[in-house]
Ligand binder design. Structure first.
Ligand SMILES: Cc1cc2nc3c(=O)[nH]c(=O)nc-3n(C[C@H](O)[C@H](O)[C@H](O)COP(=O)(O)OP(=O)(O)OC[C@H]3O[C@@H](n4cnc5c(N)ncnc54)[C@H](O)[C@@H]3O)c2cc1C
Length: 418
């Protein structure tokens, strides 16, 4: 039966939910506080007409729901994303790269055999540990950390493979990251389908990658898009809800955890208050992206892993749709202030890459980029109260805070509307 549905938030979850709800025949209104959609994965218009992102993003081949959503709204992933086999290469050529054209787990085995700079003991420790994880079906005790899981691995393997993978997927250092979630990501990326671990690097800004096309798709199908409208209050209204005074049969909260918790609390409904307490209890981690100009290009994948920090990765934006010489340095699990960070990253580029003469373009610090994906974490579910649902990367699900986690949770919430 067709219902009126309000979606609060036009991040990737809110947009995915709205698209799925329109498919389901519902009359959808999307409320978005900002003037641009996309939330934590959005375009940022910088000086001189330069399109940056609020943060450099990586997708992987296993992001099936996200890729399907892009196709639905008319974005061709093959054009919009640069696909390459997983490679964590350092500037000195060290590190692991998975060869193209092989099936899992043979591709990983070949990658381990060919890891540059690793001793046979390093390789053997990874092989033995990976087989052990597989024998246990990639499950572990909920309280296990990634560091605990990797106790049998040689330090080089942890430093050059596990730590960069963990911080880029979970945005938490190995000592505090959830072992169970990490194993699930590894299983889906590296051990499930061919190409699941492929890196998909956006060739466009993040607005063009999905939110702009999703907005056009939704508007063309009659959905009302209320940009610049920050929802202030939700109230129960018979069998439905009032959103800032306007009646809807269903409401889907697609704002970040803390904001959905604020709205849920203020309803005065007991179920919603209990839901809000779980959402509020989530801790968050920052990510900074330092954009510098004057960077040289390098051969191969336009992404390099870095040692020592503060940045863990650098991307050649000149080969990803941006102007030549623009580099994006990513500092995950970041707690530093902006100015200190910029200077440190310029120093890191000089020391590790030999790059001089770099000039700052913009540094964007997202203090609450992702929830802290720590062991035994309790996440809120999709049902908040009768007629009131929630979606977003923080909702209970298999993945850490990622685009795919956000999109999947949205599809699940939207299915509950039918
Ligand atoms: C710097 C950075 C780098 C990242 N890197 C990666 C990566 O490489 N790969 C990956 O998969 N993921 C990455 N992530 C995580 C990914 O961006 C998020 O998981 C995803 O964008 C979350 O989407 P969401 O829709 O759940 O929430 P959000 O994007 O937070 O969307 C919520 C929306 O609700 C709106 N809103 C809030 N309050 C209200 C209100 N009261 N009324 C109306 N609207 C409201 C907000 O403005 C926002 O647009 C990164 C995140 C950041 C910040």
């Amino acid at each position: 039966m067709s219902r009126t549905v309000a979606v609060v938030g036009a991040g990737w979850a809110g947009l995915a939910c709205a698209v799925r709800a329109v498919h389901g025949g519902h009359a959808v209104t999307v409320f978005e506080a900002a003037r641009t959609p996309g939330g934590r994965a959005r375009r940022v218009d910088a000086e001189g007409g330069l399109a940056l992102d609020n943060g450099q993003h990586i997708l992987i081949g296993a992001y099936r729901a996200t890729l399907e959503l892009m196709r639905t709204v008319g974005v061709d992933p093959q054009q919009a994303l640069l696909r390459a086999p997983l490679a964590l290469r350092f500037p000195d050529g060290g590190g692991l790269a998975i060869p193209a054209g092989m099936k899992p787990p043979m591709d990983l085995l070949a990658g381990i055999a060919g890891a540059r700079g690793w001793s046979w003991r390093d390789r053997y420790s990874l092989l033995r540990t990976a087989l052990h994880w597989r024998a246990r079906r990639f499950a572990c005790a909920p309280e296990q950390t990634v560091a605990g899981l990797c106790a049998g691995l040689r330090p080089r393997v942890v430093d050059e493979l596990i730590a960069p993978l963990c911080v880029s997927a979970l945005n938490v250092p190995v000592a505090r990251a959830s072992g169970a979630v990490f194993l699930r990501v590894l299983r889906d990326a590296l051990f499930s389908e061919p190409g699941g671990a492929d890196l998909l690097l956006p060739r466009t800004d993040l607005g063009t990658l999905l939110p702009d096309a999703a907005m056009r798709w939704l508007s063309a199908r009659g959905a009302a898009m209320r940009l610049g409208h920050r929802v202030q209050a939700l109230q129960p209204d018979g069998e439905g809800w009032r959103v800032d005074g306007e009646h809807f049969d269903h409401v889907v909260l697609a704002a970040p955890a803390w904001e959905s918790a604020r709205l849920a609390h203020a309803t005065g409904v007991a179920d919603a208050a209990a839901w809000a307490r779980t959402a509020e209890a989530l801790a968050h981690e920052g990510i900074a992206t330092v954009y510098l100009r004057g960077a040289p290009s390098w051969p191969g994948l336009p992404m390099l892993a870095l040692r020592g920090g503060p940045a863990q990765f650098v991307f050649d934006r000149g080969r990803l749709g941006g102007p030549q010489g623009l580099a994006a340095f990513v500092v995950s699990a970041c707690g530093e202030a902006r100015d200190a960070l910029e200077a440190q990253v310029i120093g890191q580029a000089r020391e590790q890459l030999g790059w001089t003469g770099l000039a700052p373009v913009q540094t964007i610090v997202e203090k609450r980029a992702t929830f802290a994906c720590t062991p035994g974490l309790q996440r809120p579910g999709a049902r908040v109260a009768p007629g009131l649902l929630a979606c977003g990367d923080h909702i209970e699900g298999p993945y850490p805070a990622t685009l795919e986690g956000a999109v999947r949770s949205a599809l699940e919430a939207a299915a509950l509307l039918d």
